[in-house]
Design a protein around this ligand. Structure first.
Ligand code: M6R
Length: 614
């Protein structure tokens, strides 16, 4: 949550920072602000709302300067207004600071600073940081970096910060703890700082991912220096970015979400490329190779995640238990860490996260590590915090996901979990050779089958038109289609603001059936397989109460077609792979309904892509 970006070098900082903020806007869009150092003066520009509001305002003003910091906010403490927007500044206006995270002891620090005469103008937790650094600088004859270090030693909580100072016109000081921060190294002692690499990639591919409790000083004359909070100097580890600029553009699509839905044949293929070969009959996940036996012998595999990633874990649970016969538990990361869970050395905890930065998931992993479990990660963002604290893991290779509603990340996560289930089952001997080969071949065919589903988009749009004004919706599925129902409901509610719930189809009669009337659309995953007949009975129950059925069925289905108000056909595949296909029409339905309701599809209200607060 919150995006930060900064520049120091010979170019004009404002256009670089503004463009960077647009790239980072998916992290929060309650307000945006920039501070620029020009003619020995710190100028601050802040506006409530989107980066475009800030742009409209700042474009009428002088925005010169070669050093600056920018922020796009997802509000935690204080309303989303101009005053609470970052950057925050010292009482004499000489220091400006941007922050992503939460300062947990801000209240105590604020009281102390007020007693020492500091005036607070905002309701944010962040403002204490700038006054604290200012206070230290005023009382001790030390450098800005040292003042930042001493201040951060007094702080508890999470932060990625960048500080700009009128008295230090050649440098920026940045630091991180539990919130991400990347340093981009340009030519000629030019530096970029950002929450992720997207604002940096068009200027340089050389980056350093800061580690927790590290402070980076970027100086036009002296280059990059990193020190730990303990004052120990660190050697920067420079990495080459693999990100490509085109991946960050809409590429002709109206929204990132639609682009990302349409990318799925490619992203699923990229996810299993080099990891499976149906003809030769093998599957391999290089990243976790050394942990295969540990997984097979595990007392339990515990998966921790949030939101859509949690739904992917639910699918993974069905797959791993069914194919590899290993006990799996799926936990909401936020609940797991607060209920004193029983974990021991024989447990393997797997965190699943698109961003690799979700605060609850990170904290759950840290707890598991502390209790001696092996910790693995499945992440999309390369170099993310989860990928760096885990013992091992696999990247999903879905490419940048910009739309706040997760789509291609989900199918990539399910693909990895399918590969994992197959690998473990094969190695453990719990799957027959013929079944193993069938699923491998079916998995290889998934990208083409997703392409085929995308060809039904016009028909799906027509269905969306019928239900776009609904107040509520139900989603039903059984087995591994139950998490698909949950995911379908989450997609609809988060981007169209229609209340939607997902249920195991059989649970409907234990309560939710009371909601059904002629106004209620009920989306049912009714593909062929073990529970088909049971799902047909559930559809009958909905029809008997005049509910409207929109069914996802296997190509060639006859029985459900006769009952349903609308059917969307998906190609036949192994029952374990149905989630990879059935999810796609539900993503499209939600997308079209949201567009028809004039909702901001890529940046739904109150949400942020990367939830770095607990
Ligand atoms: O980056 P993560 O996968 O850890 O994010 C988890 C959730 O915040 C995320 O899936 C969220 O639920 C999305 N808005 C769903 O579309």
């Amino acid at each position: 949550m919150c995006g930060i970006v900064a520049y120091i070098g010979k170019k004009q900082a404002y256009p670089i920072i503004l463009k960077g903020l647009k790239r980072l806007e998916y992290r929060g869009y309650d307000s945006a602000g920039i501070a620029l150092l020009n003619n020995n003066k710190v100028n601050i520009y802040k506006k409530q709302g989107k980066v475009s509001n800030l742009e409209e305002y700042a474009n009428t003003l002088d925005t010169s300067g070669n050093i600056g910091i920018g922020h796009t906010r997802w509000a935690t403490h204080g309303l989303p207004n101009d005053i609470n927007s970052h950057p925050h500044f010292s009482n004499d206006g000489k220091l400006a600071l941007i922050h992503n995270g939460i300062i947990e002891n801000y209240d105590v620090l604020k009281k102390e600073l007020i007693n020492r005469g500091y005036k607070f103008v905002s309701e944010t937790d962040t403002e204490v940081l700038v006054h604290l650094i200012d206070d230290i600088l005023k009382n001790e004859r030390i450098s800005l970096a040292e003042a930042v270090r001493l201040a951060l030693n007094e702080v508890t909580g999470a932060y990625a910060i960048v500080v700009l100072s009128q008295d230090n016109p050649d440098q920026l000081v940045a630091a991180r703890k539990s919130s991400p921060l990347v340093v981009g190294i340009g030519s000629d002692n030019e530096f970029f700082l950002a929450s992720d690499a997207t604002p940096i990639v068009e200027y340089t591919k050389q980056v350093v991912y800061l580690n927790d409790e590290e402070i980076a000083v970027v100086d036009i004359n002296e280059g990059l220096k990193i020190v730990h909070l303990s004052n120990q100097e660190k050697t920067p580890y420079i990495q080459e970015l693999e990100l490509h600029l085109e991946a960050l553009e809409k590429g002709g699509f109206e929204h990132f979400m639609l682009k990302e839905i349409y990318e799925q044949p490619r992203s699923i293929h990229d996810c299993f490329r080099g990891r499976l070969n149906a003809e030769e009959g093998w599957v391999a996940l290089g990243g976790i190779k050394d942990y295969e036996q540990k997984l097979i012998n595990a007392n339990r595999i515990i998966m921790v995640a949030c939101g859509t990633s949690w739904h992917a874990c639910q699918v993974g649970e069905y797959l791993i238990e069914d194919l590899a016969r290993i006990n799996v538990e799926v936990e909401y990361a936020s609940e797991f860490r607060y209920r004193n869970p029983i974990i021991n050395e024989n447990d393997v905890v797997i965190a699943v996260s698109q961003s690799g930065e979700t605060a609850d998931t990170l904290a759950a992993l840290e707890l598991a590590k502390h209790k001696g479990a092996t910790i693995l990660g499945i992440c999309n963002v390369v170099g993310s915090s989860i990928s760096r604290i885990t013992d091992a893991g696999s990247y999903t290779h879905a490419g940048p996901e910009i739309g706040v509603a997760s789509t291609k990340a989900f199918t990539a996560q399910v693909t990895i979990l399918t590969l994992m289930a197959l690998k473990l089952a094969h190695k453990k001997g719990t799957i027959s050779e013929s079944r193993f080969h069938t699923i491998l071949s079916d998995l290889e065919a998934i990208p083409d089958k997703v392409k085929k589903i995308l060809e039904s988009d016009d028909k799906i749009k027509e269905i969306a038109e019928v239900y776009k004004d609904s107040q509520n919706a139900l989603y039903l599925g059984r087995g591994s289609s139950f998490p698909v129902a949950l995911e379908g409901a989450l997609k609809l509610k988060e981007i169209s603001y229609i209340h939607a719930e997902g249920y195991p189809a059989a649970e409907m009669k234990h309560g939710p059936i009371a909601l059904i009337d002629e106004e209620m659309p009920v989306f049912v995953i009714a593909t062929k397989g073990n529970s088909y007949e049971k799902v047909v009975s559930n559809i009958q129950e909905v029809k008997a109460r005049k509910g409207k059925i929109i069914a996802i069925v296997t190509e060639g289905d006859v029985q459900v077609k006769e009952l349903a108000d609308h059917v969307i056909e998906i190609p036949d595949t192994d029952e374990n792979l149905v989630p990879l296909l059935a999810t796609v029409p539900l993503q499209l339905i939600s997308y079209h309904i949201a567009v028809m309701r004039d909702c901001n599809v890529d940046q739904p209200r109150n949400l942020a892509k990367s939830v770095t607060v607990e």
